[in-house]
Design a protein around this ligand. Sequence first.
Ligand SMILES: Cc1ncc(COP(=O)(O)O)c(C=O)c1O
Length: 466
Amino acid sequence: MDKKRLWEELSDSYKSRHRKSKELFDRASQYQIRGGSHNLRLFFPFPIYVVQCSGSKIRDADGNTYVDFWQGHFANILGHNPKIILKTINSYLRKGQGLINGFPDIHQVELAELILRQTEADKIRFTTSGTLATMYAIMLAKAYTKRDIVMKVGGGWHGSQPYVLKGISQYDKGLNKLESAGLPSGIDLMIVVTRFNDKEDLEEKFRNYGERIACFILEPFIGSGGFIFANRDYLQRAKELSLKYNSLLIFDEVISAFRFHPGGVHSLYRIKPDLMVLGKIIGGGMPMSAVAGREDIMALCSPEAKAEQRVKFEGGTFSAHPASILAGTTFIRYLISHDSDIYPRIGKLGAKVRKGIEEIFAQHGFHVKCTGYGNSIAENSSMVGVQFLRDGIDRITTPEQILDPEVCDVELREKVFKLAMLEEGFHIFHGYGAISSSHTESEIQASLDAVEKIAKKWRKRNIPRM
Ligand SMILES: Cc1ncc(COP(=O)(O)O)c(C=O)c1O
């Protein structure tokens, strides 16, 4: 049987079990482009419309229940709708706090103190999304250095803003293309793409463009580029080269901050960026992000900054929204006070899943490797990516490999395996996703049993291996 037939079979079965979602999708599509506002959520043939979420589970409009490893774009490290957040928000709403009021308050002070302590940054400013925060961080870097070029890595996703929409996922003998229309003219030349974890390429790019590079922005744990940690000596070299060429180093920790320990990955590696971008987990399930870093750079967004260098990192009706601040403070306090329970446990479950999936597929003749592995510095990784590899490739270490259809079967991972796992009661992302503290051992084991059932079925039906 070929993959196309398998996909059609899975789609038919999916359609028959999701009639209400289909109705909602058709209705939504009358008003919204492809029925929604975020393309990642609108998977094919149509997304499930969710009516209730709690802990590890989600329930859809048709009454199907799934164990969810997407967990709110990986933000929900304690699972969906954790009681501590619901309780906090409810109690503050009753006290007349929580909705937008347009004033600073004590909670914002406390959250700033808390995050700065955990991240060892000097100053912080809050905004509403990772996208806005990376844009502001880059504007600060451009203003501070008075330079034009932004360097990023191939496979790096920093949100949908003009300075970074190049070399993300469209593999074309490499990752180096602009990936959006509608960008300012000339932007292509203002974004230089280098290879993740490749010191030689980084050195070459700095040699060629160093005097013009305002900043090098990268994720110390790359997310959409495939769940891979940066090597320590690579980050160290990035720091040295940034210093040498007087450009700024920005760590985008939107996924990684508070995912592997209660702080940023940079503290584990003991490499301090000039600026860092935080998001997802720090909002406790609410929209929230922040730029934090060196005081002399952050000061450029002050109304007292010199006019020619002043950065309009201001405004935002909903920036530092009271409910987000309350949720974030509650969440981060909880993560700090329970860190020795949460992180080793979800890290151990991550290790079990990665090993289990590789073994199961190998037993059934499929060549599959997982990504998301921790290392000796960041041990507790709760992230799992699943890569269906071409025979003969043993290790998968770069976003280029993960995004190259000649190396990894991207369609099998993102479409077919996703529907197959949904059929078994698991909602996965990039082959699996993020484990939260709400996932139980038995749910994790059940997810491996589901993988086994699928691998067995695929072998029996002769699904072509790459
Ligand atoms: C590493 C990274 N940076 C930035 C962003 C953008 O954040 P947001 O979706 O909150 O705008 C994301 C979103 O997934 C991300 O993964």
